[in-house]
Every structure is written in C-alpha cells, then in structure tokens.
Design a protein around this ligand. Structure first.
Ligand code: UDP
Ligand code: MG
Length: 327
C-alpha cells in the first residue's frame, strides 16, 4: 500500500551576503559547482543575499537563478551591512545545517566537506579557524589580534580568535539565532552567545578572488566598538573606579598641600599643576561622557524596535524548499 520512498537527503544551506560582488559571483559559482557535487550525501541550497549592491550583482544572481534550482536570492531594500544581510540569509535558509560564506572565496568551499564531517560527529557548531592569515596585511593582522584581545578582556562572552562568520551551524543553533530579538546584530558575538556543542577545524585564508574589500579602517573601528559595546558594560562601569581613584589621590594631595602650607607657609606658584589637573580631569570626564553616549545611542536605536533589514523580494525559492515543506 505504501511506497517505501528513500528518505530525502538532508539539506545544507550556504548563506552568502553580497555587496557589490558582481566581479566575484561568476568565480564563486564555478568554484561551488566544482566542490558541491563531490559531497553527494546532502542536497545544497545556496541563499545569496543582495545587500543593496549598486553594481550588477542582482542581475547576475537573477540570471543564475533562472537555471539553478538550488539558488534562492534574497534582495534587501538597501545596504544594511554584512551583519544584517547575514541575519536575513539565516532566517531564509531552510537547511538542516547552515554555513555562512563570504562571496569572495576567502572562506574556501573546499572546507565544507570537513565542516560537515564534524557535524556528523554530533557537533552543533563547527568553527573554521584561520590557521594562516599570511594573505592579510600586517596591519590587518595586528588590528584583528588587538580586537580579539581587548574584546575578550572586557566581554563576558569570549569570541574565539581568528574565527570569522565562516562556520557550520546545526538547525537548532540557527533557530536560536533567528529568535534573538535585537536589531543591531554583531554576529560574531551572537554566535558565541548562543553556545551549543562546538569544535574547531583550521583552514588557510586565501586573498580575495576578485573585487575589493568592503571594509575600510573606519568601518572596522566601528565594527570593533559595536562588538565591545554590545557584549560588555565594563567600559561604563570602569568610570566608578576611575572616579574613586582620582578622588583618593585628590584627598591625599589636598592633605599634603594643607600640611605643607602649615609647616612651610603659603606658596603661590602652582600654575602648571593647576592647568594640568584641570585639563586632565576635563579630558577624563569627556571620555566618560563619550562612553555613556556609546551605550545611550545604542539603547536609543534599539528602543525603536526597527527590524535589522527589509526584504524587497525573495526569488527562486527552489524545489529544495518545496521538498523541505513536504517533510
Ligand atoms: N558584505 C555585505 N554587506 C556589506 C559589506 C560586505 O554583504 O555592507 C559582504 C561582502 O559582499 C562579502 C562579505 O560581506 O561577501 C565580506 O566582505 P569583505 O570580503 O569585503 O570583507 P573582508 O574579507 O575584507 O573582511
Ligand atoms: Mg573578504
């Protein structure tokens, strides 16, 4: 009576945020077409998120979507930034496992088989660590290292060194991420915050396949600030201690001046020390206010409860999707 249909293979989704990646799209898909067919145990779904590109990225994706039934194109209404684009992709992906990937092949698809292997071992998160960053400039390596060091010194949720967004996440992890309510999303931090059983594999990070990096120094600095401010309130609390330290010093110094005046009499000079004290404390107070501003601004924006991104259209929801809905 019942046909014993073979169980449909599990689905692995690749989520690829793209901002002006017109030059990289072709290389990316030809690489994927080399690698994915070698992994026969799973069906692959590729979710490309067009993050408000101003070049031909969307046109190229649309063209590809016509001939590929594994490609879903999520078109955002404007550029929302990589973190938001990634979130959009994660909530669209239907796979039993999801792997975020950069469009520029800096996260090599060759590693996907290894990630899946560890997933099969029962790990819910498989991190891909950049074992070799020699393709990055010395300045990038230094700033990245400093960021991890500072972040992990002040934040409660530690993020692993040299691990980017490239990783495999089981469906339970993706569901947990999708359920997080915040609209400002520092993904590296959120990935670490949700936890789950994880393991790490190493890979070599190659230079960008085509096009140029979308992150300049200013963007990276703000990215680092975002990471620290969203995962730690130590920069706020530190001012209590700075204040206490300065007050204790001031009391000691005051006592010393009083004593000195009583013993040796008044002495008028002191212009330099006065000026230094005023400027130093003024600067310190401004830094403190600036820190409060960083957090107040974030609380203000978050309190508006705007979504992290807006989707114009989802195109090419494929038969992979239908199959998942059937189950
Ligand atoms: N990206 C994005 N939106 C942005 C900036 C970047 O979707 O506003 C994507 C970009 O297309 C790429 C990935 O994020 O797929 C990583 O960007 P990039 O390679 O420029 O960063 P880098 O490797 O230089 O840190
Ligand atoms: Mg890159």
């Amino acid at each position: 009576m019942f046909e014993s249909a073979a169980p449909s293979p599990r689905i692995v989704s690749l989520v690829i945020p793209m901002f002006n990646e017109g030059e990289a799209v072709g290389v990316l898909f030809s690489r994927l077409d080399e690698v994915l067919p070698t992994i026969t145990k799973y069906r692959f779904e590729v979710v490309c998120v067009n993050d408000g590109s101003t070049d031909d990225t969307l046109a190229m994706l649309s063209l590809l979507a016509e001939s590929r039934d594994d490609l879903t194109v999520v078109d955002l209404s404007r550029n929302f930034g990589k973190e938001a684009a990634l979130s959009a992709g994660l909530s669209t992906a239907i796979g039993d496992a999801v792997i975020p990937l950069d469009a520029d092949l800096q996260d090599p698809p060759d590693v996907i088989a290894q990630l899946i292997e560890q997933w099969e071992e029962g790990f819910e998160v498989v991190l891909a660590k950049r074992g070799d960053r020699s393709s990055d400039t010395a300045a990038k390596r230094f700033t990245a290292r400093s960021f991890y060091r500072v972040h992990n010194a002040v934040a409660d949720v530690k993020i692993p060194d040299d691990v980017g967004d490239f990783r495999l996440m089981d469906r339970v992890v993706v569901n947990a991420l999708n359920a997080l309510p915040e609209s400002r999303r520092f993904m590296k931090g959120l990935f670490a915050w949700v936890g789950f059983r994880s393991t790490t594999i190493e890979y070599r990070r190659d230079p960008r396949s085509a096009g140029t990096t979308k992150f300049n120094a200013w963007k990276l600095w703000n990215f680092a600030l975002e990471g620290i401010a969203s995962f730690s309130i130590s920069p706020l609390k530190i001012w209590t201690y700075v204040g206490v330290a300065v007050a204790v010093f001031a009391m000691g110094y005051g006592a010393w001046i009083a004593l000195r005046t009583l013993v040796w009499g008044a002495d008028v000079p002191g212009y330099a020390s006065l000026l230094v004290a005023i400027l130093f404390l003024g600067g310190l107070q401004l830094v403190g206010i600036g820190m409060i501003g960083e957090y107040l601004g974030r609380a203000f924006i978050e309190s508006k409860r705007r979504p992290a991104y807006l989707i114009r259209e989802i195109r090419g929801a494929s038969d992979v999707t239908d199959q998942a809905h059937d189950r």
